[in-house]
Design a binder for this molecule. Structure first.
Ligand code: NAD
Length: 495
């Protein structure tokens, strides 16, 4: 674990202006424009990044294609790719303190969580796919005697990776690592408000021996660089995590360009369902509070809709409010804080807009609902709970992506299932019950990519993550994610 001493040494490191990373080296954007990097910790500018444009994206894609055609990565023995990626995992671990603090200055995530979720988890992901890739075999089809049917697995070519700001390094690694392990060349478009760790990852990859052009990073605004990547005729696939509206655009870009495949990990409005038969109501309340409020609610799988069985409603709410008000919101670079800053002033305004609308629509504010620590100049928000939320309210239907929880009560299992499945999303969920049959029935009945039982959140690289309905399609993590980055080719050979 990182120490407070190490954090304090790193927190004021001069960053300066960071360029794009193309063809194995840092370079300025063609137009020379930059974007300020504002820390949500104190609202101050602490660095700047290149504001790339479509010509920069084209330069990066050209470099990736050239590297792919050259074959020194794409056609290298999997054992070689394993070696380089394992070295990269080691370097990420070695630089974990630096990466964690850099990321927190960028997006405000509390350092304890950031340290584990960003560098450590990214290193684990990179190592997982490095170790997997020399265990992936082709197939021989069960054909008639006079033919031989071979099924080859080949890299796709150039993969574009577009990620959000909540956990850029972790989510970036979920896509970059399997794509590279499979032999693809990659162009990453980081989120404009949190680009620094992915730029550093590309430098570490070069240090680890990744050939030039195999991993490129183009920073800049989504509507410019993201669009250019999505529309590029020489990009074979886009792996995206982010909001639904941008996901829709990417499908449109694909249709308007070269029909590149698009994998979408989108938002959620995940139900967390507490039955009266929960094994331990107090523990359920503590975990549920963390399940929505950690990282200021900026977690795609956050349990943002809490459904509580009426017979234990009052008891559970008492425990929940007490667990919530105990959470310390503060400087994300202070190890005693439980929750850091909201990622940006814009996101904070958006969250407060949801609070105002919930009040107008008749939900009852139980705690929070306001900006706090304004004197720091940063973007901090009190964990917020609304009750008496009904299905027609915005808070029951739309993703906030902030520390705002909507609570509803239910009487029967059927009602819980109906409420749980009543949004356009289907990313995560949880069920709290000691009744094994109820738990298994709920796992089957809930439309979501993940159902937690008697816990919220928590998973590792061995299991897939992704959604159903408008939470998107395609899965990150696990060996299943590797399949997205491999093309099947049939050889039909007459004997
Ligand atoms: P966003 O959709 O605004 O941005 C995501 C990325 O897309 C950024 O890099 C952005 O620059 C880029 N982008 C923006 N406009 C673009 C365009 N026109 N063309 C191409 N790219 C464009 O999302 P965000 O605000 O960064 O992140 C929050 C969203 O991400 C939430 O909806 C959250 O649920 C979702 N999310 C999902 C998962 C998951 O695994 N399903 C994980 C984390 C976050």
């Amino acid at each position: 674990m990182i120490s407070q001493n190490a954090i304090d040494t790193l927190r004021h490191t001069e960053i300066g202006t960071r360029g794009l990373f193309i063809d194995g080296a840092q370079s300025q954007g063609i137009a020379g424009a930059t974007l300020p990097v504002i820390s949500p910790i104190d609202g101050r500018v602490f660095a700047s990044i290149a504001d790339g444009n479509a010509a920069d994206v084209d330069r990066a894609v050209t470099s990736a294609r050239k590297a792919f055609e050259k074959g020194s990565w794409s056609r290298a023995a999997p054992a070689f790719r394993k070696k380089v990626l394992s070295r990269l995992a080691e370097l990420v671990e070695k630089h974990a303190d630096e990466l964690a603090v850099l990321g927190v200055r960028d997006n405000g995530t509390e350092i304890g969580m950031a340290y584990k979720a960003e560098p450590l988890s990214a290193a684990g992901t990179i190592r997982y796919y490095a170790e997997a890739i020399d265990k992936v075999y082709g197939e021989i089809a069960p054909t008639a005697e006079n033919v031989l049917g071979l099924i080859h697995k080949e890299p796709l070519g150039v993969v574009g990776v577009i990620v959000p700001w909540n956990f850029p390094l972790m989510i970036g690694a979920w896509k970059v690592a399997p794509a590279l392990a499979a032999g693809n060349c990659v162009v990453v478009k980081p989120p404009e408000i949190a680009s620094l760790t992915l730029l550093r990852l590309a430098e570490l990859a070069a240090d680890a021996g990744l050939p030039a052009g195999v991993l490129n990073v183009v920073t800049g605004r989504g509507a410019v660089t993201g669009e250019a990547l999505g529309l590029h005729m020489d990009v074979d696939a886009i792996a995206f995590t982010g909001s639904g509206p941008v996901g829709r655009r990417l499908l449109d870009y694909s249709a308007r360009s070269n029909l590149k495949r698009v994998f979408l990990e989108l938002g959620g409005k995940s139900p967390n369902i507490v039955f009266a038969a929960a094994p331990d109501l107090k523990q359920a309340a503590v975990v549920s509070a963390n399940g929505i409020f950690r990282n200021s609610g900026q977690v795609c799988v956050a349990g943002s809709r809490l459904l509580v069985q009426a017979s234990v409603y009052d008891r559970f709410m008492d425990e929940l409010v007490s667990a919530t008000t105990r959470l310390k919101v503060g400087d994300p670079l202070d190890l005693t804080s439980d929750i850091g800053a909201v990622s940006s002033a814009e996101q904070l305004d958006k969250n407060l807009g949801f609070v105002a609308r919930a009040q107008i629509e008749g939900a009852r504010l139980v705690t929070g609902g306001e900006r706090i620590l304004a004197e720091t100049g940063g973007s901090y928000m009190a964990p917020t709970i609304f009750e008496n939320v009904t299905q027609n309210m915005q808070l029951a239907r739309e993703e906030v992506f902030g520390p705002v929880l909507g609570v509803m009560r239910f009487d029967t299992e059927e009602e819980a299932v109906r409420l749980a499945n009543s949004t356009v999303y289907g990313l995560a969920s949880a069920v709290w019950t000691a009744n094994l049959s109820t738990a298994h029935r709920m796992v089957r009945a809930i439309n979501a990519g993940v159902v937690h039982v008697n816990t919220y959140g928590g998973a590792d690289i061995t299991v897939p993550l992704g959604g159903v309905k408008q939470s998107g399609f395609g899965r990150d993590k696990s060996l299943h994610a590797l399949e997205k980055y491999l093309e099947l080719k049939t050889a039909w050979i007459a004997l």
